[in-house]
Write a protein that binds this ligand. Structure first.
Ligand code: FAS
Ligand code: PHB
Length: 388
């Protein structure tokens, strides 16, 4: 088989890249290790930056998002149960879209099907070859048979545990990482959201987040030790801890119910440089990971797709070398989001070894945020997403 761009990974970044390439007349094949059902079973992100929503519309995949998503003009923060609202729309003129990653991925799969896109599931042992030549190819195993795809470029959209990043020689690749000493215990419950906008709650017992998927599907998180397991958190224990950490007006109106999903996600900041080597380009979680505090993971994947799709289209339109600037351009935005997510995580979470001085600094940071328009503008412009 031959294609122009071979995309490894059928998550949101691989599917969006494939969709944008197809609409530009560029042929792609997506190789996905898992079944479609497995990919669609993952519960992940919930907030789309305005730029991400615009990209989905540009790709012809925004209709259901615009019908069923929630446009949020503000967000609540709280410190030690005292809440305040940040008027994102008033401060930036922009909003965010609350629409789950699961739905985004489902919409992208449908769009790929509708356009007759090629997505090969259960593609095993995917391996890129000859990336430092102008004739790379990718091998994989499907139904027990070895297959080969010859292509012009390879997009590594295969997430943090994928194969693509490992193809960059150790002498070239540089990795930067910070692992946080806690995780997020998240649940889904078929209950009405406690608030019409998200609540990020800092508390000396630990962080909590109130989010949603629709008017009867809520998403909640509490910070938990990495030594915990979801099984160690009964629903009763979860709801009790959430109520202790959020503002009283939310705790008093919180509708609880049985969890229909419960998981513990570790938190890390990670960046791999460069995001390109020869004819290979890394996209999304294959190149960087952020703690979900700033809701940047999925959105960074989409800004990578924006830069790479523009560069590949330019190459195929005759602008030789258009892809040469991809890594530097993507990393410039990645590092700003890495910094914002690190700052927000450090400000909102309780660290096991933190001192009373550290707690006073956190309280003061949030107190300053609650009263300073300048501080709120800085947070707001990063939360809605800095321009591409
Ligand atoms: P993905 O990991 O989504 O997709 C990669 C795909 O490649 C997967 O389908 C995988 O099966 C496939 N793959 C891997 N190796 C392969 C191989 N060798 N061959 C073929 N295919 C291969 N972000 C937020 O903004 N907010 C959140 O709340 C949030 N919560 C998260 C919770 C968890 C538990 C995790 C893991 C991530 C979370 N994220 C969150 C980040 C997440 O949303 C990612 O940023 C987003 O999925 C990035 O999309 P992709 O880059 O497409 O990577
Ligand atoms: C979510 O709804 O899952 C969500 C929202 C905002 C975040 C992280 C997760 O910062």
């Amino acid at each position: 088989m031959r294609t122009q761009v071979c995309i490894i990974g059928g998550g949101p970044s691989g599917l969006l890249l494939s969709q944008l390439m197809h609409r530009a007349g560029i042929d792609t094949v997506v190789l996905e290790r898992r079944t479609r059902d497995y990919v669609l079973s993952r519960i992940r992100a919930g907030v789309l930056e305005e730029g991400s929503a615009a990209m989905l519309r540009k790709a012809g995949v925004g209709a259901r998002m615009d019908r069923e998503g929630f446009v949020h003009d503000g967000v609540f923060l709280s410190t030690q149960n005292r809440g305040f609202r940040i008027d994102i729309k008033g401060l930036t003129g922009k909003s965010v879209m609350v629409y789950g990653q699961t739905e985004v991925t489902a919409d992208l799969y449908k769009a790929r099907d509708d356009m007759g896109g090629t997505v090969i599931h259960e593609a095993l042992d995917v391996c890129p070859h000859d990336l430092d030549t102008n004739a790379p190819f990718v091998t994989y195993r499907k139904d027990g048979a070895e297959r080969r795809i010859d292509c012009d470029y390879v997009a590594g959209c295969d997430g943090f545990h994928g194969v693509s990043r490992t193809c960059i020689p150790n002498a070239v690749l540089k990795e930067y990482e910070r692992v946080y000493p806690f995780g997020w215990l998240g649940i889904l419950s078929e209950t009405p959201p406690v608030s019409h906008e998200l609540i990020y709650a800092g508390h000396e017992r630990g962080f909590a987040l109130c989010s949603m998927r629709n008017t009867n599907l809520s998403r909640y998180y509490v910070q938990a030790p990495l030594t915990d397991t979801p099984e160690a958190w009964s629903d009763e224990r979860f709801w009790g801890e959430l109520k202790r950490r959020i503002p009283p007006e939310a705790a008093d109106t919180l509708v609880t119910g049985p969890s229909i999903e419960k998981s513990l996600a570790p938190l890390r900041s990670f960046v791999a440089e460069p995001m390109a080597w020869g004819r290979l380009f890394l996209v999304g979680d294959a190149a960087h990971i952020v703690p979900p505090t700033g809701a940047k993971g999925l959105n960074l994947a989409f800004s990578d797709v924006h830069y790479l799709s523009e560069a590949l289209i330019a190459e195929y339109e005759g602008e030789k070398g258009a892809t040469a600037g991809y890594s530097d351009k993507a990393l410039a935005r990645v590092w700003k989001a890495i910094r914002f997510s690190w700052w927000f995580t450090t400000t909102m979470h309780r660290f096991p070894d933190q001192t009373e001085f550290d707690q006073k600094i956190q309280n003061s940071e949030l107190d300053y945020l609650s009263t300073s328009t300048a501080a709120q503008s800085t947070l707001a412009e990063q939360y809605v997403g800095i321009p591409y």
